[in-house]
Design a protein around this ligand. Structure first.
Ligand code: HEC
Length: 97
């Protein structure tokens, strides 16, 4: 009987430790969720920030998946905030169509 209780206790401790913590949702870079206004801002930021170190890249030169990786590498270089990162990404992806 003691063993059963021990197992039950152990299980509940395990469960408790696996409960997801109330973690701050990280801003996911994903499908375009920005408004037209934010995309317009993204275009301005893109034009002002992304041509400083190299030629302004062509949005059609990479697909939307490749742009996720490029933006992850370039947003810190351009010192973009998470929001600006999202807007520029959404602009690039919307400009491809
Ligand atoms: C501080 C300088 C700097 C800024 C600002 C910058 N880049 Fe870059 N970028 C680089 C360098 C250096 C490389 C080449 C080396 C590398 O890939 O890290 C590069 C490469 C690239 C490439 C080619 C990557 C590939 O795989 O072909 C793209 C596309 C690009 N940048 C887009 C951007 C965009 C979009 C922005 C604006 C958000 C931006 N860059 C801002 C420095 C910069």
């Amino acid at each position: 009987m003691k063993k059963v209780i021990a197992v039950a206790l152990f299980t509940s401790v395990l469960l408790a430790s696996c409960t997801p913590k109330a973690s701050k949702a990280t801003s996911a870079i994903g499908p375009a969720t920005s408004t037209a206004e934010q995309i317009a801002q993204g275009k301005t930021i893109f034009e002002n920030s992304c041509g400083r170190c190299h030629k302004l890249p062509d949005p059609t030169s990479h697909n939307s998946v490749q742009w996720v990786g490029i933006m992850n590498a370039m947003a810190p270089k351009a010192k973009l905030t998470d929001e600006q990162h999202q807007w520029v990404y959404d602009y690039i992806v919307s400009a491809k169509k």
